[in-house]
Unconditional design. Structure first.
Length: 426
């Protein structure tokens, strides 16, 4: 046993007790190198560089341990490995003309001793920024609110929450109105919540990024939270951006009813992203949509998150007329009484009206094939389709009626109550 061995043993015990003490670890590595115990020194230096890759002292000791000559020294284009041997060819890790990151070279040398800091598969693409995001579809919406039929109350609420402050920056600054914010669209399925979100993005001239549960969930622990964070980061890079959370009840379900610990942590990550804890959300407008707002965790509706709720109802008569005209305009039609069809389609969603037109076209086409001559889509085809297509919103309205009667704590669903009273459903 040499004179340095007791000191090395004491320092090793001290480093084991305080693994984050990098100066102590580097001192121990230097003594190990002096004692000819290069393998042990490399292990300690690898851990030091894992904790602080930019530590010049650790880098110098690692070069010494690996036999890499200091910058400007040695023979150009060659290096001698520790213990002698054949000089490394130019371009090898550690050679002066090597384009490889020295830390990457250290990781390869220490692969059997210290695990790498990061693991990347050979076919995984490099990270990208800005408009070049290829992991997620960052779109430019061409839809405007003028393209949305009816829904004047919804448009007015969107104008107050988002569009007005954006168009009037001086007034926004005077009143202290932030561009951060979140709004939840709720209502029966098929009533145009996604279309409205695209229209808001188009009206603002902002990018549009849609997020659904399939973009987030992953079978490996921690990957779902990372996916959610990267989606928000993509929105922040492309600000101003409308980030649309489709079916937000799937990601932000009431935590008291969630039995899966992984889904609970995803919900917590969503709350953290909405708060901007991982980055500034300035210029990121969060719109969420759900058919069942009563299943959404109450924490998501707190101030600063999705704190405003807008009820998106089945289209009114004016909107139904506009939707029917849109879906019939490129089809051969004759003798259609739109007023009659509009009156017969109360409670139909936009998706139901599209299906109604599609069904009428199917009847006319089948009849043309049977007759051997082409004919126009007529009122009779729509009347026949009305006997088959039923409004899909009525089951939702039945559930909403129970919520309005028994679960309207704090007046959250007052607008829904008012609608049901107007329809004499409550």
């Amino acid at each position: 046993m040499t004179d340095a061995d007791p000191l090395i043993a004491s320092l090793t015990a001290a480093v084991d007790a305080r693994p984050e003490d990098l100066p102590l670890r580097l001192h121990l590595a230097g003594l190990l190198l002096d004692a000819g115990r290069g393998g042990e020194a490399i292990a300690h230096l690898g851990q030091a560089l894992t904790r602080d890759p930019g530590d010049t002292g650790a880098q110098a000791l690692m070069q010494r341990a690996l036999g890499v000559p200091p910058a400007g020294g040695g023979t150009p284009g060659a290096s001698t490995p520790a213990g002698g041997g054949t000089p490394a060819p130019p371009g090898s890790p550690g050679t002066p003309d090597s384009p490889v990151d020295p830390l990457a070279a250290y990781e390869r040398e220490l692969a059997d001793v210290v695990p790498p800091r990061f693991v990347r598969s050979g076919d995984e693409p490099e990270p990208v920024t800005g408009d070049a995001d290829r992991a997620y579809d960052v779109e430019t919406s061409t839809v405007r609110l003028a393209d949305v039929g009816g829904m004047e109350a919804v448009k007015e609420r969107l104008e107050l929450a988002f569009l007005g402050p954006l168009r009037n920056p001086e007034l926004r600054r005077m009143y202290g109105k932030s561009l951060r914010g979140g709004l939840m669209l709720y209502g029966p399925p098929g009533c145009g919540k996604t279309f409205l979100a695209r229209a808001v993005a188009g009206e603002m001239g902002a990018k549009f990024l849609s997020l659904s549960i399939v973009d987030v969930l992953d079978m490996w622990m921690g990957n779902s939270e990372r996916n959610l964070h990267e989606l928000f980061q993509a929105a922040r890079r492309n600000a101003p951006c409308v980030l649309f959370l489709d079916e937000v009840d799937a990601l932000g379900h009431k935590r008291s009813k969630v039995t899966s610990s992984s889904m609970r942590t995803v919900g917590n990550q969503l709350l953290a992203e909405l708060d901007g804890m991982e980055g500034s959300n300035e210029g990121v407008f969060v719109l969420a949509a759900t058919n069942t707002p009563w299943d959404v965790d109450a924490a998501l509706r707190r101030p600063g998150r999705l704190d405003r709720m807008v009820l998106v109802l089945p289209p009114d008569a004016e909107a139904r007329r506009a939707i029917l005209e849109y879906h019939l305009r490129d089809r051969p039609i004759a003798g259609i009484d739109l007023r009659k069809v509009v009156a017969a389609t109360e409670d139909f969603s936009g998706a139901d009206l599209a299906h109604l037109c599609e069904t009428a076209a199917e009847f006319a086409m089948a009849d043309s094939v049977r007759r051997g001559e082409v004919r126009m889509i007529g009122q009779g085809d729509l009347d026949r389709a009305l006997k088959e297509v039923r409004p899909s919103t009525r089951p939702w309205l039945a559930t909403a009626r129970n919520v309005a009667m028994f679960a309207n704590e704090g007046g959250v669903y007052d607008d829904l109550v008012a609608y049901l009273k107007r329809r004499r459903l409550l």
